[in-house]
Design a protein around this ligand. Structure first.
Ligand SMILES: Nc1ncnc2c1ncn2[C@@H]1O[C@H](COP(=O)(O)OP(=O)(O)OP(=O)(O)O)[C@@H](O)[C@H]1O
Ligand SMILES: Cc1ncc(C[n+]2csc(CCOP(=O)(O)O)c2C)c(N)n1
Ligand SMILES: [Mg+2]
Length: 351
């Protein structure tokens, strides 16, 4: 199979079923030097890119890479959709840059990968409009995602959290991390789908932006505390998190408390949304009509003791106070931990 046969065979023919009205703006997709999208002036165009690397974002092991072809295609789309909806926008289209090992350039692997990719595209209403294919020793998938938002709706940034706001998280957290760390356990197996095929909270993110009440929002990719640290830094606030309120899936409830909390606080890979709302807002079923994802209040925004410099990489843990059943979790009294936990989340580089 040549490079061009590969592109046309696996990525050119997209199911048009489920294409949205906004997709009519795609004038040219795969096949030319660039995709062409008509700009509808009263809309805002959002764009982001995320890369998945073999051995870093999914297993190094070729057997696993083969078995997980569908899930890898799905997850590559899902993590990008997650960033778009974390701004409150509607996902529109993606570009796929693929560095493909020769051993995967075959019908079995590419067929499954493309199936997973297009399954996610259909589920989240995005069209593949272009990309790039190269050969490499390891599999690297880089996806650029685009989203749209009417000008009348404000994107929800990380920078708007205010003292007194309540902090909410969608779904449950810690599942993906547990599945990654304990894949052979019964609980790990029950949670494997949360690691391999995360669900971006598309409807919730868009709804929160459209009702215009969320003061800040982001998705949890690197770990709750580290990611909330970014939100604190950009909003110049601190946060108090109630550990007994963290939403926990049925399988994860079986895990020993301290280990479970470590996964929930630092694990990452959850792709849940965290957001802040003024305390006066009651998150009623009415307000979140059409949203099936549960949301849970996990704490509140408090005053920052001292202004933090932008480059302070330890900001995350220092701006976030933990309480358990009303009592502060500290170095001196770390219960329910034996010792105060390391709250760093996932980092590609750390010194
Ligand atoms: N190499 C780079 N060049 C330019 N901007 C970058 C680069 N790497 C990251 N950024 C920008 O820095 C910000 C934080 O990037 P990061 O990858 O941590 O995003 P995230 O949403 O927090 O995490 P995730 O990648 O898991 O979605 C984003 O606005 C991103 O566009
Ligand atoms: C084999 C393997 N090792 C580790 C992890 C965990 N992991 C990798 S990257 C990342 C943060 C998000 O990435 P980024 O910040 O690059 O978007 C996390 C939590 C995994 N999923 N698979
Ligand atoms: Mg993000």
């Amino acid at each position: 199979m040549t490079e061009f046969e590969l592109i046309y065979r696996y990525f050119k023919a997209q199911d048009t079923e489920g294409a949205s009205i906004e997709h009519t703006a795609i004038i040219k997709d795969l096949g030319d030097d660039a995709a062409v999208v008509a700009i509808n002036a009263p809309s805002q165009w959002l764009t982001c890119v995320d890369t998945l690397v073999q051995g870093r974002h999914f297993s190094e092991d070729w057997q696993q890479v083969s078995e997980l072809a569908f899930a890898i295609g799905y997850k590559a789309v899902a993590v990008n959709v997650s960033d778009i909806v974390a701004m409150g926008a509607k996902p529109h289209s993606i570009l796929l840059a693929l560095a493909l090992p020769e051993r995967l350039a075959n019908e079995t692997w590419l067929g499954e990968f493309a199936k997973g990719l297009f399954h996610a595209c259909k589920q989240f209403g995005v069209r593949l409009i272009g990309g790039d294919t190269t050969r490499n020793d390891k599999l690297i998938i880089s996806i650029t995602a685009n989203g749209i938002l009417p000008v009348a709706i404000q994107p929800v940034y990380r920078s708007g959290a205010k003292v007194g706001d309540k902090i909410y998280v969608s779904g449950t957290i810690g599942d993906a991390s547990y599945a990654l760390n304990y894949p052979e356990t019964e609980v790990g197996k029950q949670l494997a789908h949360r690691l391999h095929m995360p669900t971006p909270r598309s409807i919730l993110g868009q709804k929160l932006a459209s009702i215009g009440l969320a003061t800040a929002m982001m998705d949890v990719s690197d770990g709750l505390v580290q990611d909330l640290g970014h939100l604190c830094q950009q909003s110049q606030v601190a946060m108090s998190l109630q550990l007994d309120q963290l939403p926990t899936s049925k399988p994860l409830q079986q895990v020993e408390l301290a280990e479970r909390l470590r996964c929930q606080l630092t694990g990452g890979d959850d792709y849940e949304l965290v957001f802040t709302l003024p305390a006066s807002v009651q998150l009623s079923q009415d307000l979140l009509s059409s949203v099936s994802t549960p949301v849970t209040c996990i704490g509140e925004v408090i005053e920052l003791q001292q202004v933090q410099p932008v480059g302070n990489t330890n900001f995350g843990s220092s701006a976030i106070e933990l309480t358990y059943q009303g009592t502060a979790v500290t170095e001196q009294a770390p219960y329910p931990f034996d010792g105060f936990p390391n709250l760093h989340g996932y980092q590609h580089f750390s010194s």
